[in-house]
Structure formats: structure tokens, C-alpha cells
Design a protein around this ligand. Structure first.
Ligand code: SF4
Length: 293
């Protein structure tokens, strides 16, 4: 696997990362848009930074980097670093909220003392938050932390999350051991701070089913990358060959899609799009670290 991936260009590896494959499946058009354009400016909200702060605190504690004081200090540091001053949210309150989120997350995790664990290990393409080994059953459990500012009603969606099934595939291959469960550690910050651990069983039958879907989606992304399928391009790069099929079911799925105006008001007319979005400057993507086996 690592040898196969070593031959791929780094921007293709980036597209095949579990979270990006999930995005592709959500809407291929949106996925192409994000590669070419910087989405419109939206008012800052603390969602992402709160999530990063809780992730950082968990990494300190679960990865044995430091003690509780270090973890809470890291949470506050990350929150302050990502904070954008504005009227509605005060930094101090957000730092308290993030620390409370870490508190609740740790309470919900209930790790067993004898479980061995790996925190945020970069695998072939993905970096799952936490992998634990059940010593007796000699099987692995993946835990992915998801943070939300407000409660949402689609926990069941994670049963069909391409990102999670891609992690299952990667982790099983990386350690050559079965993954028996993946769990979503959900942290919600308002109206009160709560955390819940939602487990999903990985049966051999389900894994085989999702492997087929993963292969199919990867193949489509690779074809698109090679220009064998429709591809979104800027006007100056040549004819408009964007994917013709978006997924309208996703237009409001996670709030209003960032490409909504490009899609439904400007109909991908690049000159009109430029009034609201800026073309993305291509950045070098990080290379993937090969596993040590
Ligand atoms: S607005 Fe809808 S169809 Fe258009 S890119 Fe976004 S999710 Fe896809």
C-alpha cells in the first residue's frame, strides 16, 4: 500500500485523503470549486477554533505529552490563536467553553487503563484522532472527535461516513489487524457543553461493502485528476469542463453551501464569480509520511 501511494503525486494524495473523499461524495462540484476558488468571506464564528482547541487538549493528555494543566493551557492557547475579535464572542468565555468541552470529552471517552493507544498518527493518507487496542480481543478501535457549536440531529450519518470507513480500511492495513469498532466522540458547546461517545460496529460484511464504494470513489477522483472525466477549470485555463452533476441534496446540508451563489446565481460564469470569490493560489501540499512497520 505505502509503495503504491509513494508513486502518486502529492496533490492527488491530498484529494484521496479520507476527509476529502467524503467531501467529494457530498458534492463533486463543491469539491472541485474548493480546489479552484477561495470561498466567500463569512462572518467569523468560533466553531472551528473551539474544535481545534479541544483536539489540541486531547492530544496533550492522550498522547502523554503533558498533564492536565498542560492540556488546559494548550486549549486556551489554541483558542486565543484562532480568535477573531468581534462583538458577540469574548475570548475568555470561549476559552472556558473549550476547557469545559475538553472536560466533557475526557469524561465520555472512558479509556481502559490497559488499552494501548496511538494519537493522531499519520497513516498512508489519513490521520485518525485516536486508535486503541483492546488487548484481550486483539482488535482495534478508531475514535474520531467531532465538535459542534450547536446540537445537530444526524448522528446516524456517521454510520455511512466515507471518511470513517476510509479510516477503517487504512488502520486495518497499517497494523494488519481487524478494526472492530469506530466511535464518534461528539462534543457540543451550546446551549450547554456536552459530550457523547457513539460507537459503530465494523462487521466483515460492512467492511467489504464499503471497500467497494471506496474503490469506486477513489477511481473517479483519479480519473478526474487525469482529465479523463469532467473537470472544473478556470476560464483562462481552457474550456469550461466542470463536472456537470452536482448534488443538490447537499446545498443546505451543513448550512448554506459556500459555493451556493457560484452554482445557483452565477451558473459558474467565472467573471461573475470573481465578484464574490477569489481564485485560489495553488499551494504545495504536504507529502505523506510512509509508515514504519
Ligand atoms: S450549491 Fe449544491 S450543487 Fe452547488 S456546489 Fe454546493 S452543494 Fe453542490
Amino acid at each position: 500500500m505505502s509503495e503504491l501511494l509513494a508513486d502518486l503525486p502529492s496533490d492527488l494524495k491530498e484529494r484521496l485523503r479520507p476527509s476529502n473523499m467524503e467531501e467529494y461524495l457530498t458534492c463533486p462540484l463543491l469539491s472541485a470549486f474548493k480546489r479552484g476558488w477561495v470561498p466567500r468571506a463569512v462572518q467569523w464564528t468560533p466553531n472551528l477554533t473551539l474544535g481545534s482547541a479541544v483536539h489540541a487538549g486531547l492530544k496533550v493528555l492522550l498522547g502523554y505529552v503533558g498533564d492536565e494543566d498542560d492540556a488546559y493551557a494548550e486549549v486556551k492557547r489554541v483558542m486565543a490563536e484562532g480568535y477573531v475579535p468581534q462583538e458577540y464572542w469574548e475570548l475568555e468565555k470561549l476559552q472556558k467553553l473549550a476547557c469545559r468541552g475538553l472536560d466533557k470529552a475526557l469524561g465520555a471517552l472512558s479509556l481502559l487503563a490497559r488499552e494501548r493507544r496511538v494519537v493522531e498518527r499519520k497513516l498512508y493518507l489519513g490521520t485518525p484522532d485516536l486508535i486503541t487496542e483492546t488487548v484481550l480481543a486483539q482488535s482495534l478501535t478508531i475514535t474520531d472527535t467531532k465538535c459542534h457549536l450547536t446540537p445537530h440531529g444526524w448522528t446516524d450519518d456517521y454510520a455511512t461516513s466515507l471518511q470513517q470507513w476510509a479510516y477503517v480500511e487504512e488502520v486495518s492495513r497499517y497494523w494488519d489487524a481487524p478494526v472492530e469498532w469506530y466511535r464518534i466522540l461528539q462534543v457540543t458547546f451550546t446551549p450547554k457543553v456536552e459530550a457523547e461517545l457513539v460507537p459503530f460496529r465494523v462487521t466483515p460484511r460492512a467492511r467489504a461493502f464499503w471497500r467497494t464504494i471506496l474503490r469506486d470513489v477513489s477511481e473517479r477522483i483519479i480519473q478526474e485528476y487525469k482529465g479523463e472525466a469532467y473537470r472544473f477549470t478556470l476560464a483562462e485555463e481552457g474550456p469550461d469542463t466542470r463536472p456537470t452533476v452536482g448534488n443538490p441534496a447537499s446545498c443546505h446540508r451543513y448550512g448554506r453551501c459556500v459555493a451556493f451563489e457560484a452554482c445557483h446565481e452565477f451558473q459558474w460564469d467565472v467573471s461573475r464569480m470573481a465578484t464574490l470569490y477569489t481564485p485560489r493560489v495553488k499551494e504545495a501540499t504536504p507529502s505523506v509520511q510512509d509508515p514504519v512497520r
